[in-house]
Design a protein. Structure first.
Length: 130
């Protein structure tokens, strides 16, 4: 999902405003790692509860303002195409997710939102889509 949002914000079709909406976020690399770690766990036994748990696949939440702030920092040459909004404002969201079980049982160290956006921009630029 950040891929589509980054592409929209990097395009010349973007508007010069941001919206106070928020979204849950997880990097696709974390999703893949969670699947691998779950499949690698030992079979359930009376002493192991790992394979009978459900894990929240959410790293964090983000707002459009947070996204455009990261994009404007990553792509200063495109600031005229990326909405400014109110830099540094409206990062707080109403949603809260508890991903502590995934961190503890699966040993997941989630990719930060900023790194995912940076990597997405780099990938789009490499494909000449940004």
């Amino acid at each position: 999902m950040p891929h589509l949002k980054c592409r929209f914000c990097l395009s010349s079709q973007s508007h010069h405003q941001t919206y106070i909406l928020f979204f849950s976020f997880i990097d696709v690399r974390d999703v893949a790692l969670m699947h691998i770690r779950c499949l690698s766990l030992p079979a359930p036994n009376p002493y192991s509860t790992a394979r009978v748990n459900r894990f929240t696949a959410v790293s964090s939440t983000f707002t459009f303002q947070h996204l455009v702030d990261v994009l404007r920092a990553k792509c200063p040459e495109r600031k005229n195409l990326i909405p400014e909004g109110e830099p540094g404002q409206n990062y707080k969201t109403l949603s809260r997710y508890d991903n502590s079980k995934a961190r503890e049982i699966l040993g997941i160290d989630f990719v930060p939102f900023e790194k995912c956006v940076d990597d997405t921009v780099d990938a789009l630029n490499a494909m000449k889509l940004g």
